[in-house]
Design a protein around this ligand. Structure first.
Ligand SMILES: *Cc1c(COP(=O)(O)O)cnc(C)c1O
Length: 491
């Protein structure tokens, strides 16, 4: 299987090289055609790790030891035995993706990515360290730090928007221990951080870094980050079959709280591998650029940026949409390069009618402001005694609209992307309680009201010292990376 850049077909690599590089040198994302004849039905009675390894072997065939990588990657990391349990809540299902070490769905992929990278280093006979650059809207940063800290042969630098993440998200990152980690705040938003990181990749492409180091990414622009997320769509489907809710072959709709379009693209991969996915419903918060795009065919980032109670979705430039457009255009690399150039130069593009029609076959969409998300948290708690975080609540609200307009009997699964305790303030308010200054007092209060246990990894943050206090301008990202790599090398 050959991976190629979404912007030029000539730029080809193996799956191990794609994972090591993260981003293609022309700024495109690596992608391969979907494997045909994948025997997905054989997976339905398997456990989550076996499912994951089978899917990853199909998508990343150059790794030689996938079963072992997956077993070791997840061992002892998740509080739920089958990694991603499915809960029945009212008239729909909630796929809980937040039982990993940092209480967000990114753990599903970032528990594996460090192992994929070190394994790829061996397959490729690579010398020199891999330096992971990560821009985070809140959750990727900590999940990546948790995965990469003290992994030999790797270093990691995380950039987050100063004031743009929740208090708990920030604490999770700035208390990170490890000799190979660095965390830095950016004066700007997530898009600034992501752009700065992408530009650093491009600029360092031809540069010789100290110690022969190579840059790579833990964001979902890296196919090694995206591929492990495909598993839980199959797992949810298998659970619905086991529960007798569907027969094998029946379709299921998935509602996905969306930011960088990685999670929902993993759902499209599941569909390509044969899973009977009905609609993939893209749920946006007030930063509704994707929802507008899916309704109009015009992607226009020239709009106000809002800070919402679902900060991990506060994104205006969704990187993985590029992969989706590539796949639905039949791999038209020149066309994708043209659209991305337009986006860079003018801040907008419009897709062809044919492409727009294909998008509408696959996706539905909807948006949800902070008020509606808050109301959903309160209502679902009162009616179902189920506590959601604000990102999941965006999905829940959009599912309401989707289900009202839908006339089939197919089950609806809402992906739950984070623990409510990561956003205690917003969740308390939604339950009619006052916010407090102290984050840990709020966690405790939430626990008293709901009885739901506080994840251990969040409770222990209170005792941990702050180790990272750097704040820089977005223009300084590249210099920061170069001086940090040099400092590590001289150590
Ligand atoms: C990252 C994240 C999202 C958005 O996922 P994408 O793959 O970026 O679309 C949604 N919710 C939470 C809690 C997240 O951390």
């Amino acid at each position: 299987m050959i991976y190629q850049s979404t912007r030029s077909r000539e730029l080809t690599v193996t799956s191990t090289q794609a994972v090591l590089e993260g981003l293609a040198s022309d700024g495109g994302l690596y992608i391969a055609p979907c494997p045909e004849d994948f025997d997905w039905k054989a997976l339905l009675d398997k456990d989550a790790c076996t499912m994951s390894a089978a899917i990853l072997k199909a998508l990343l065939p150059d790794f030689t030891d996938m079963d072992e990588l997956v077993q070791k990657g997840y061992q002892g990391k998740f509080a739920a035995p089958d990694l991603t349990p499915l809960a029945k809540v009212g008239d729909r299902y909630v796929l809980e993706l937040f039982h990993g070490p940092t209480a967000a769905f990114k753990d599903v992929a970032l528990s594996l990515l460090p192992r994929l990278i070190t394994s790829a280093q061996q397959v490729e006979g690579m010398k020199g360290d891999v330096v992971i650059l990560t821009a985070t809207s809140g959750d990727t940063g900590k999940a990546a730090l948790e995965g990469f800290h003290d992994v030999p042969g790797t270093k990691i630098i995380v950039f987050f928007p100063d004031g743009g993440v929740s208090a708990v998200q920030r604490l999770q990152m700035v208390t990170q221990v490890g000799d190979n980690v660095q965390v830095c705040a950016i004066r700007g938003n997530f898009d600034d951080a992501q752009t700065g990181v992408k530009e650093t990749f491009a600029a360092c492409e031809k540069m010789h870094l100290p110690g022969g180091a190579h840059l790579s990414s833990a964001n979902s622009i890296n196919i090694g980050r995206l591929a492990p997320q495909v598993m839980y769509y199959f797992k949810a489907y298998a659970d619905l079959v086991k529960a007798g809710r569907i027969a094998v072959g029946d379709k299921v709709h998935f509602v996905v709280p969306t930011g960088n379009f990685g999670d929902i693209l993993a759902g499209y991969y599941a569909k390509c591998l044969g899973l009977p996915v009905g609609k993939l419903v893209c749920a946006s918060n007030a930063n509704d650029v994707l929802t507008d795009f899916l309704q109009s065919g015009v992607y226009d980032r020239r709009r106000p940026f809002y800070k919402t109670t679902s900060p991990s979705m506060d994104i205006l430039v969704s990187s993985n949409l590029e992969r989706m457009l590539y796949l639905l255009s039949g791999g038209d690399d020149a066309y994708i390069a043209e659209l991305m150039a337009q986006l860079k130069e003018t801040g907008r593009y419009q897709v062809s009618e044919a492409l727009f029609a294909r998008l509408q076959e696959v996706f539905a969409c909807g948006k949800c402001g902070d008020g509606d998300a808050s109301a959903a948290i309160g209502r679902v708690w009162q009616e179902e005694h189920y506590l959601m975080d604000p990102h999941t609540a965006v999905g829940w609200h959009v599912a309401d609209g989707f289900m009202a307009a839908q006339d089939d009997e197919a089950p609806v699964v809402v992906l739950s992307t984070a623990s409510p305790y990561k956003f205690s303030g917003a969740v308390l308010e939604a339950l009619g309680e006052a916010r407090m200054d102290d984050e840990f007092a709020m966690m405790q209060k939430l626990h008293e009201i709901t009885g739901a246990p506080v994840p251990e990894n969040l409770a222990k943050l209170q005792q941990m010292p702050v180790l990272h206090e750097d704040v820089i301008d977005k223009e300084q990202i590249m210099d920061y990376v170069l001086s940090q790599v040099k400092a590590w090398e001289e150590k």
